[in-house]
Design a protein around this ligand. Structure first.
Ligand code: RFL
Ligand code: PHB
Length: 389
């Protein structure tokens, strides 16, 4: 089999890349390890930046997102017995975020690809990439082979593409955090209209949502925690304690549909390219979810990669492909800093001395009282315009 762009991984990055390339008349094949059902059920991100919504809409996959997505013009920061709104409409006029589950984005993209007779192979195992400096090809399954002009590594943090690059050709940067997040999906109407980020002495908590009937929560938990350690009653008790810190707030409870533990990590690979292999999304970089940036970075990467490949196919010039990594890394590092900063601002650290705790409070007081500081948070949270970073 032969295609122009061989794409490893059918998450948001791989699927959107395949779709954007098709809109430019470029052929691709997506090879995905898991089943379609698994990909469509995997509960993950929920916050789409304005730029991400714009890209999906322009690509013709924004119709259900426009109907069912929940636009938000602010978030709440809760700490020290008070609650404070970061008002996007005032601080970054004309820009906001939309709450829409990642698995809904994935469903929309799979549907659009299959409707256009795009090629996605699910449940493909033993994917390997070869001859990255020459005539690249991918092998998989029992002896199948896909020849291509270039390969896109969109196979997430644990994928095979980044691991196929010789170690001395990459520099990696990493921070691990001394806690994890327990993510919870519950069939219960949201208890607030906007997302609540809460710092409490018992740890961080986040109240998010998916629809008027379904809420999403996260709790800071120890790294060695297991899902079995968290029966439903314990989850609700902990969420109540961490979120009900202001008068007049009542947390609604209901049946828990799903729970999972996510490690918290920051990671960057430089460069995001090796020969004819281009890494995009989580395959190249990871952020802790506190800043809600991972999916948005994946979308930004494949937007840049599409432009670069389209230019190369149209003109034979390699300039944009050569600058792909540097262009993406500017945005990646801004998101790295923002996510690291939000994580430090809002979590409790076991080794935190009283001095560190006072610094957190001081910065939270600053962000919630100074328009300049609040604008910094708002501008990063809604995302920088694609042209500016
Ligand atoms: P994905 O989604 O991991 O997709 C990679 C795909 O590659 C497949 N794969 C392989 N296929 C073939 N061969 C192999 N050997 C393969 N190995 C893996 C996998 O099955 C999968 O289908 O990466 P991609 O496309 O780069 O997308 C990145 C996003 O998924 C990720 O950054 C976000 O989910 C991060 N994230 C958030 N991002 C946001 O922008 N906003 C948020 O609100 C947000 N919240 C979150 C998050 C991530 C979380 N978790 C669980 C990590 C909340 C959580 C809890
Ligand atoms: C989510 O709704 O899943 C979500 C929201 C905000 C975050 C992370 C995840 O910072």
């Amino acid at each position: 089999m032969r295609t122009q762009v061989g794409i490893v991984g059918g998450g948001p990055a791989g699927l959107l890349l395949s779709h954007l390339l098709a809109l430019r008349g470029i052929d691709s094949v997506v090879l995905e390890l898991r089943s379609r059902e698994y990909c469509e059920r995997r509960v993950r991100a929920g916050v789409l930046e304005q730029g991400t919504v714009d890209v999906l809409t322009a690509a013709g996959v924004g119709e259900r997102l426009r109907r069912e997505g929940l636009p938000h013009d602010g978030i709440e920061l809760r700490y020290g017995g008070g609650t404070h709104r970061i008002a996007f409409e005032k601080l970054v006029p004309g820009r906001n975020i939309t709450v829409y589950g990642q698995q809904e984005v994935v469903k929309d993209l799979i549907e659009a690809r299959l409707a256009a007779e795009g090629k996605i192979h699910f449940e493909v195992d033993d994917v390997r990439v070869h001859d990255l400096d020459g005539s690249p090809y991918i092998t998989y399954g029992d002896g199948q082979r896909l020849d291509c002009d270039v390969i896109a590594g969109c196979d997430g943090f644990h994928g095979v593409t980044r691991a196929s690059i010789p170690e001395d050709a990459l520099t990696t940067f990493q921070r691990d955090y001394p806690f994890a997040w327990l993510g919870v999906l519950a069939r219960v109407p949201p208890s607030a209209e906007e997302l609540i980020y809460a710092r409490t002495p018992k740890g961080f908590a986040l109240h998010s949502m998916r629809s008027p009937e379904v809420s999403r929560f996260y709790l800071q938990v120890p790294t060695d925690t297991r899902e079995e350690d968290w029966p439903d009653e314990r989850i609700w008790a902990e969420l109540k304690e961490r979120l009900s810190t202001v008068p007049g707030f009542t947390l609604h409870t209901g049946p828990i549909l799903e729970k999972s533990v996510t490690p918290m990590r920051s990671f960057v690979t430089e460069p995001m390219r090796h020969g004819k292999l281009f890494l995009a999304g989580d395959a190249a970089h990871i952020v802790p979810p506190t800043g809600a940036k991972g999916l948005n970075l994946a979308v930004a990467d494949v937007t840049v990669l599409t432009d670069a490949l389209a230019h190369w196919y149209a003109t034979g010039e390699t300039g944009l492909l050569d600058s792909y990594s540097a262009t993406c890394l500017r945005r990646v590092w801004r998101a790295q800093h923002f996510s690291w900063w939000m994580t430090h601002l809002l979590h409790t650290f076991d080794d935190e001395d009283a001095y560190g705790e006072r610094l957190q409070t001081s910065y939270l007081d600053y962000v919630t009282s100074s328009e300049a500081a609040a604008t910094t948070l708002a501008e990063n949270y809604v995302g920088m315009a694609l042209g500016r970073l």
